[in-house]
Design a protein around this ligand. Structure first.
Ligand code: ADP
Ligand code: NA
Length: 332
């Protein structure tokens, strides 16, 4: 009953990396032509951890530049930043009253991000998934392309939608949004530790390839990437128990469009000394056009701001009526 609509977002917290590109942004580019799409820069999420006010706007423009440079067309998809559309925060409040403490207590990302001293984490970091539910449902979005790390938050968004519909006798009012997590690149791991995901907040710069790295930096990081002494396995033997090899082969597959088995057929039996330079060349080939276009766009902040402003107006024109109806259902 709900028309298909895509929503997704990236936080403007700096260090935009290869995982964000392969797990999220690259998928957005294809989806915009399949369904009506909204791609947000989620600055309200970013401030759940401290952001330098002097840097935040530039970080927001950086994500917008990455969207456009990667191939999102603002005349096709709606590109905007979250803080410009107040409906997100207002709906999030209502959802904080729908979600249960027990649901949020089970969120593993909060446990990871809050670290050891949970008493000192912001309340917003804890309630983050309710804002994410609001981001999606403010548009009654039906499909959400994300990396694997967001799976649990998506399930919570579905639970919020279902409980709202049930509690208020509003069957079918909110759709239960479907995650789109398929395919290569949904889980890119740190180059320094094959058991941790590549992330913006890792203290080691060597752990991630960023979209603004130049060719030398990309080559250096891949050369220094953690590996093991064994040759790469054949396609039949597979990558079980070889976290670092699996990650580099997975990145090669995602960037080249080959399957993991095809990559292993090419490199199996050879050492990392064969895979790493080939991977560096491939990464430079795929990322250099995006980073140079990002730099060009970031030289013209006025243009980016105009795109974001037009996008926010379009987004508000969808979210406004949905929020009004939601408030009526609640009894306001
Ligand atoms: P981060 O988790 O790096 O701080 P965000 O929370 O802004 O970044 O996530 C933006 C998008 O990038 C989300 O869809 C998320 O699932 C995806 N993503 C983040 N890290 C990875 C990764 N290592 N591999 C694949 N996708 C990822
Ligand atoms: Na994330």
């Amino acid at each position: 009953t709900h028309p298909p609509r895509v929503f997704s977002g990236v936080q403007p917290t700096g260090n935009l990396h290869l995982g964000n590109y392969l797990g999220a942004i690259r998928k957005f580019v294809g989806l915009q032509h399949e369904m009506e799409s909204l791609f947000c820069i989620v600055d309200l999420h970013a401030v759940t951890v401290w952001q330098d006010p002097k840097a935040l706007k530039a970080q927001t423009r950086e994500i917008a530049a990455a969207y456009l440079a990667a191939g999102i067309d603002p005349d096709v998809a709606t590109v905007f930043h979250q803080s410009a559309v107040p409906e997100h925060a207002e709906l999030a409040w209502l959802f904080q009253c729908v979600a249960r403490m027990g649901w949020l207590n089970r969120m593993t990302q909060f446990k990871d991000k809050a670290g050891k001293d949970k008493e000192r984490a912001s309340v917003g970091l804890f309630t983050y998934p309710t804002l994410m539910a609001a981001d999606i449902l403010a548009y009654k979005a039906t499909h959400v392309p994300v990396g694997e790390d967001q799976k649990q938050h998506l399930e919570l968004a579905r639970d919020v939608a279902g409980k709202f519909n049930l509690d208020f006798g509003a069957e079918g009012f909110f759709p239960l949004p479907e995650p789109l997590i398929r395919g290569a690149g949904a889980r890119v791991m740190s180059l320094r530790d094959g058991t941790k995901k590549m992330s913006k907040s890792d203290p080691s710069d060597l752990s991630r390839i960023t979209l603004t790295d130049d060719a030398d930096a990309i080559a250096k990081k891949i050369k220094k990437a953690k590996s093991d002494p064994d040759p790469l396995p054949s396609a039949e033997d597979g990558l079980e128990g070889r976290a670092e090899a699996r990650n580099l082969v997975g990145i090669y597959a995602a960037l080249s469009g080959m399957s993991e088995a095809e990559v292993l057929t090419r490199f199996g039996g050879q050492g990392f000394a064969a895979l790493k330079p080939a991977l560096a060349d491939l990464a430079v080939e795929k990322l250099a056009p995006i980073s140079s276009e990002m730099r060009r766009l970031m030289d013209d902040p006025g243009h980016i701001d105009a795109v974001l402003k037009a996008g926010a107006e379009k987004a508000s024109s969808i979210a406004g009526p949905i929020l009004r109806e939601t408030k009526e259902i609640v009894g306001f």
